[in-house]
Design a protein around this ligand. Structure first.
Ligand code: SF4
Length: 171
């Protein structure tokens, strides 16, 4: 049977496609909805985009004030993230088991839930993953999928990393 589908995937944070899910006051850059350079790159290369759930809006409200890591790091929010991470890890397993390829997972730096490398705390930047991202990366560590953190203020580094991974598959 002829079937033209792409077998390549990138998992993205919910707000990469819909920045209105960010806490109030955080959408400061030139993209008002999707973070276009990433979305355009994925669409131009025919990569399936899988939107991961937004841990914070699904826990509290769509319209909410930004809260630091300390406020989110509760037993209840950890349990919430555990359930979401389980669901995403199952989707990832299904894709890998189907012999499709996940090129990368993207996160948002500074987010208490979705950061990959660093988060801002009362004592400055702390090197760690966000609560959701840590749980997800623990569950899928055997798959060795690159996880890239987007600094929305300076996107070039993470955009380049993703471009390089895409170049590999297009070789
Ligand atoms: S929790 Fe994650 S998906 Fe939701 S707004 Fe924050 S960074 Fe985006």
């Amino acid at each position: 049977m002829i079937d033209g589908r792409s077998k390549y995937f990138v998992f993205v944070p919910f707000c990469l496609l819909a920045q209105a899910y960010q806490a109030q006051g955080l959408v400061k850059y030139e993209w008002k909805s999707s973070i276009k350079p990433f979305v355009n790159l994925l669409i131009d290369n025919d990569i399936n985009i899988v939107q991961m759930p937004c841990a914070e809006s699904s826990y509290s409200n769509l319209v909410r004030e930004p809260m630091g890591l300390k406020k989110y790091d509760t037993e209840e929010f950890n349990r919430h993230c555990e359930i979401l991470a389980d669901k995403v890890a199952r989707e990832i397993k299904q894709i890998v088991d189907s012999n499709y390829k996940i090129i990368a997972i993207l996160g948002i730096e500074q987010s208490p839930s979705c950061c990959v490398n660093y988060i801002y705390t009362n004592h400055g930047n702390e090197k760690r993953k966000g609560i959701f991202m840590q749980k997800l990366s623990d569950k899928i560590k055997d798959y060795n999928i690159p996880i890239i953190g987007i600094n929305r203020k300076y996107i070039n580094k993470s955009l380049k990393e993703l471009e390089l991974l895409i170049k590999e598959i297009n070789r």
